[in-house]
Design a binder for this molecule. Structure first.
Ligand SMILES: Nc1ncnc2c1ncn2[C@@H]1O[C@H](COP(=O)(O)OP(=O)(O)OP(=O)(O)O)[C@@H](O)[C@H]1O
Length: 319
């Protein structure tokens, strides 16, 4: 992820959100959110619990009316042109509201019929989708028997039924085992490469790091500014270093100016706080020049997680 924050530029935006707000009584769930999402890209929505991600997605999905601001999906307004928006949009909620007694196959057929597909086309689409999300073996079981991860996959299949150009996914990876997560990532990257616009909210930041082309950070219902995100991204973070000779590595780190009191020993290596890629590159060069046989040298957490944690610690200090 090289460009972590979406910067609005309406000409390129497939989804455009400008200064959107929504309250529930006295609770300001979304205070001021602005961002864009582009076709062919996966945009990640990142924020702590209660920061307004689901409320925002519901407004994009035409299911909740904003109190203020502008939303455009492919140029259409979800409030005044909800039919046009729904026709091009697939929505995967965080909890599947399935028809419990219908089979997986029937529930997909029925969803396709609701999108006006004729009966044979709906059956064929259901068949394609159970294969796509790997539910063939469960296709004739009622949806109530599905596990959480299997329900997530059915929910994704339902979102894809009408081959939408825009996909909104609320926590799609939650409940998925590691294999299913990789399959989801591969599928979403493929759908984006086909030119779709994909917005994903997730707490699984390592997952989003590999999936998202850009990220929008939310904090207490507002988008975090690009400047703050960049400052958090380049702030000091732990780098994990492993060498053939750990004791030699430790000595070389101290000789290179790293504060011994801040070196943390972990089973997978020594963790050292470093600010910025330049400093990391210098230290690696110094270790190699000192004859240390370095096996691995990488940030201890991914870009998104580091930025998220740094922004949150900012927020804590401000409170
Ligand atoms: N229908 C509602 N009525 C009252 N308050 C609500 C309603 N929906 C959301 N909220 C409140 O709005 C805030 C934002 O909630 P939202 O579900 O959008 O956050 P989120 O970022 O999706 O959280 P999480 O990561 O936990 O899913 C929370 O304080 C929540 O309690």
């Amino acid at each position: 992820m090289s460009a972590p924050q979406a910067v609005p530029s309406p000409a390129l935006a497939d989804i455009l959100v400008e200064d959107v707000a929504r309250s529930f009584g006295s609770v300001h769930a979304v205070r001021s959110v602005s961002f864009e999402a582009r076709a062919g890209e996966v945009t990640g929505l990142v924020g702590p619990n209660g920061s307004g991600k689901t409320t925002l997605l519901l407004m994009l999905a035409t299911l909740l009316v904003p109190d203020r601001g502008t939303i455009r999906i492919g140029g259409h307004d979800p409030v005044t042109e909800s039919a046009a928006v729904r026709a091009q949009l697939g929505w995967m909620p965080d909890v599947l509201g399935a028809w419990p007694n219908l089979t997986v196959r029937r529930s997909l057929e029925l969803t396709a019929r609701l999108y006006d597909l004729p009966r044979p086309a709906a059956a064929a689409r259901a068949e394609e989708l159970v294969e796509l999300v790997d539910l063939v073996e469960l296709a004739d079981r009622p949806t109530r028997v599905l596990s959480r991860g299997q329900k997530q996959r059915l929910s994704l299949a339902r979102a894809l039924v009408h081959d939408p150009r825009v996909l909104l996914l609320d926590e799609p990876a939650s409940g998925l085992d590691p294999g299913a997560r990789i399959a989801l990532r591969v599928l979403l990257r493929r759908l984006a490469a086909e030119g779709r616009t994909i917005v994903v909210s997730s707490h699984v930041l390592a997952e989003l790091d590999e999936l998202a082309d850009r990220a929008v950070f939310l904090e207490a219902g507002s988008t975090v500014s690009a400047e703050r995100v960049e400052a958090a991204r380049v702030a000091e973070r732990g780098w994990r270093i492993r060498a053939i000779d750990p004791a030699g590595l430790y000595r070389a780190l101290v000789d290179s100016g790293v504060d011994a009191a801040r070196i943390v020993t972990e089973p997978q290596g020594l963790v050292v706080p470093l600010a910025g890629d330049e400093r990391a590159a210098e230290l690696l060069a110094a270790l190699v020049a000192a004859g240390i046989r370095v096996v691995s040298f990488a940030p201890a957490v991914g870009d998104l997680e580091h930025t998220f944690l740094d922004l949150n610690s900012d927020g804590e200090e401000a409170r």
